[in-house]
Design a binder for this molecule. Structure first.
Ligand SMILES: CC(C)(COP(=O)(O)OP(=O)(O)OC[C@H]1O[C@@H](n2cnc3c(N)ncnc32)[C@H](O)[C@@H]1OP(=O)(O)O)[C@@H](O)C(=O)NCCC(=O)NCCS
Length: 146
């Protein structure tokens, strides 16, 4: 396979359509696109056609990564890490000073990416996510000063 284009761009209609097709394979994340609020959020995508996205909210000089997603069959190739690195460069150039996010404690791949990008744990939200069989998972709130 040729190298996947990871240059970040803001989503257009064709990107939304491509992402929706990819999300059929991972329907638990479909709602992030359905609920995308163009007034308050930014949707960055990568791949052509789009194979992943970063959903972001910015208030003054703070940003929050709401979701980072890569289509399942292309995971483990460094795409999310590369996209996040670019995003932080874009935000830095936009004078954003702090970036927050929240990640489930059992989401090892995501935590690895965030730690590599200099995110540090700010706090733990105990039993924040409900899992199957009345099981709960803590959420980790992370912050990066950029
Ligand atoms: C999390 C997610 C974005 C990662 O995307 P990706 O393109 O596969 O990530 P990358 O390839 O850049 O990096 C994954 C890293 O985690 C590691 N990893 C992946 N699965 C792992 C596992 N089960 N245990 C330990 N490490 C794991 C990889 O080896 C890699 O680390 P490395 O760079 O040191 O080799 C992707 O799995 C995804 O879309 N998940 C569903 C949505 C999600 O959970 N988003 C995060 C919400 S906070």
């Amino acid at each position: 396979m040729s190298k996947i284009e990871t240059l970040l761009r803001l989503a257009n209609d064709a990107d939304m359509m491509a992402l929706r097709q990819n999300l059929v394979m991972d329907p638990n994340y479909q709602h992030w696109l359905d609920d995308f609020d163009v007034e308050t959020q930014k949707l960055w995508v990568f791949g052509d056609p789009a194979i992943g996205f970063i959903l972001l909210q910015i208030v003054l000089d703070e940003a929050e990564i709401i979701m980072l997603w890569v289509t399942p069959h292309l995971r483990g190739k460094g795409l999310a890490g590369a996209a996040l690195k670019q995003l932080l460069e874009i935000l830095r150039a936009d004078n954003i000073k702090t970036v927050f996010l929240e990640v489930a404690k059992d989401n090892i791949a995501a935590i690895k990416i965030y730690e590599k990008a200099s995110f540090l744990t700010l706090s733990i939200r105990k039993q924040y996510y409900k899992r199957n069989n009345d099981d709960y998972c803590d959420a980790i709130v992370m912050r990066a000063a950029i």
